[in-house]
Design a protein around this ligand. Structure first.
Ligand code: ARG
Length: 586
């Protein structure tokens, strides 16, 4: 149980004694205080309960506090603020007792969710044949971290990589493959050759209408099942998956399924027929579309668009006028599959905010077709270069993910060479790889996902600042104390004491871990955990600077070592939930 839950339990009893009806008591909440000057925890429950109880909120709060203080005498001090806010200030002994609890808990105070759900997590999902670019960092890293946190909280997570393996890009690749393939290069460096072919097809068809038509014809042949095109396509998919897997391995990302767009091909025609037959979709200018059903207010209706000419239809096209199906059709079929085959209760789509309108209409269509699962577009913004526009290479392209990773590792290598105490070259290289990748991940996860952020290589691998290396270094520091310890010390126990204000603050931060991890899922924000870890590390450093550990004695020493031990474990587990590992030495 977290401290917030313990306090909530006592507060509920206190309100009960003050005559509040049982059904009202579920509304009582206690949260960590936003301003420590007022207390450690706070509650606005009195204001919410007063009306139904026909009492003045302040009077009700006073009654509750009187009841509470008699129950928890000597452990907490309550104060009232404003119209009825209750603030709780905990005595150090209360924190010490909780620290002892966490010390002996493998989960470090994080409880499992009482009602676990089955959640499909749709993330990463690059379009294959094209290389993964810097934008894919966001979906991949946010998705992996949400998967880890959600699983840790006891939910069942199905990770599905819905790769784009059936798009127009294959027309270009097929054309280039047939006319320009360099067999030898394909043998030696398949991905590079594939990329060359894609770029060739895409750049040449841009300014050449005839060539663009040839590419389109190749695509149609593929879609119609032409054996040669089919086998080239299969080869491309296989090669691309191999390349993707190399990157996922480095990033320590995994999937349960790779059901890409092509997996749903056979289901699309019957799906569209069914939607037409049921009246959900209809023909318009040769295409089959889903329109507004007039049930939502125009401003909230995703099938309507406000233009200069007034409100216009913004239909969801599920079959193009040339008979082809599209992204929308596949996504409807994918929902069907996930509901039927996996009994999904929740589906999260970690996808760029630019697809907002797509998902708004997709979710609406799913709902009209009776889908009861909770569908969420977990959207994110853009990674910017130092000039404030989307990050690009010197040539003006989106940087490839592999290059971004290699650059980060190179920067980490430089900083390891300058600062690390490691001597073994192999160990140094492993550390550089770990730091480089962690730096990218943490930079991603420490920002609110909807915001754009600036990509700053130097900043993110720095040992000082809001970075992964700073947290990893904090961990290493906690751990190194135990290597220097000469005697056996029993951690925790009844006589644990917290005397210095910095010890108390560190214990306060450690107690919050169990409250913070579930908060991530409230709005699917790993940055909540990332900020917490930074705050924890700062609390640790200030403790460490003013409270000697190895030079102290007796219970003080045991208590300080307990703080170090729990801090190290929380940092390791917390970073692990973000998909970030820790070194033992740096
Ligand atoms: N392949 C898509 C893209 O790169 C993302 C797919 C996301 N998932 C989905 N079910 N639509 O934009």
């Amino acid at each position: 149980m977290t401290l917030a839950e313990t306090l909530r339990g006592s507060l509920v009893t206190a309100f009960e004694k003050a005559g509040i009806a049982p059904e009202e008591l579920t509304r009582v909440a206690v949260v960590a205080a936003s301003d420590l000057r007022h207390g450690d925890y706070q509650s606005n429950a009195a204001m919410m309960l007063a009306k139904a109880a026909k009492k003045n909120p302040r009077t009700l709060a006073e009654e509750a506090v009187a009841n509470l203080e008699s129950e928890l005498a000597g452990k907490i001090v309550c104060s009232l603020a404003g119209p009825g806010f209750i603030n709780f200030k905990l005595e150090p002994a209360f924190f010490a007792a909780h620290l002892n609890l966490i010390l002996n808990d493998e989960r470090l105070g994080v409880s499992k969710h009482p009602a676990p759900k089955r959640i499909v997590l749709d993330f990463s999902a690059p379009n294959v044949a094209k290389p993964m670019h810097v934008g894919h960092i966001r979906s991949t890293v946010i998705g992996e971290s949400l998967a880890r946190i959600t699983e840790f909280l006891g939910h069942e997570v199905i990770r599905d990589n819905h790769i784009g393996d059936w798009g127009t890009q294959f027309g270009m690749v097929l054309w280039a493959w047939k006319s320009e393939l360099d067999e030898e290069a394909l043998e030696k460096e398949p991905l590079r050759e594939l990329l060359r072919l894609y770029r060739l097809g895409s750049s040449s068809s841009k300014n050449d209408e005839d060539l663009a038509n040839l590419c389109r014809a190749e695509l149609v042949k593929l879609q119609q099942g032409d054996a040669e095109n089919r086998s080239i396509w299969e080869r491309c998919i296989e090669l691309s998956k191999k390349g993707l897997n190399e990157i996922y391995d480095r990033l320590d990302v995994r999937f349960d399924h790779w059901l890409g767009e092509s997996f749903y091909n056979e289901r699309l025609a019957p799906l569209v027929d069914e939607m037409v037959a049921s009246g959900m979709a209809r023909e318009s200018d040769g295409a089959i579309c889903v329109f507004s059903n007039g049930e939502l207010p125009p401003k909230k209706d995703p099938f309507l668009k406000n233009t200069k000419e007034g409100i216009e239809d913004y239909p969801f096209i599920i079959r193009k006028s040339d008979g082809g199906f599209n992204y929308a059709t596949t996504d409807i079929a994918t929902i069907d599959y996930r509901l039927q085959e996996w009994q999904a209760e929740v589906i999260w789509y970690v996808v760029d905010f630019r697809q907002e309108e797509h998902f708004a209409r997709l979710f609406e269509v799913a709902q009209r077709r009776g889908c009861e699962a909770e569908l969420v577009h977990v959207k994110f913004g853009t990674i910017l270069g130092k000039d404030g526009t989307p990050l690009k290479t010197r040539a003006g392209d989106l940087p490839e993910l592999q290059d971004v990773i290699n650059d980060a590792v190179a920067a980490a290598r430089k900083s390891v060479a300058e600062k690390s105490f490691l001597e073994d070259e192999q160990e140094k290289e492993e550390l550089a790889e770990l730091i480089g990748l962690s730096a990218i991940k943490f930079m991603e996860l420490s920002h609110r996902r909807e915001s754009d952020y600036m990509y700053d290589l130097e900043k993110m691998v720095a040992l000082e600042g809001d970075t992964a290396p700073y947290l990893q270094y904090s961990y290493v520091r906690c751990r190194s104390i135990f290597r220097k310890l000469e005697e056996e010390v029993n951690l925790g126990g009844e006589d644990l004491v917290l005397e210095d204000a910095r010890e108390v603050h560190l214990a306060r931060m450690l107690a919050r871990f169990g409250e913070v991890v579930p908060q991530v899922l409230e709005e699917l924000r790993p940055n909540v955990l990332a900020s917490y870890l930074l705050e924890l590390a700062r609390a640790y450093h200030s403790f460490f600077q003013s409270c000697p550990v190895l030079k102290s004695e007796g219970v003080t020493k045991a208590s300080r070592l307990t703080l170090c031990d729990v801090t190290a474990r929380v940092l390791k587990l917390g970073l692990g939930l973000l998909g970030i590992g820790v070194p033992e030495k740096m």
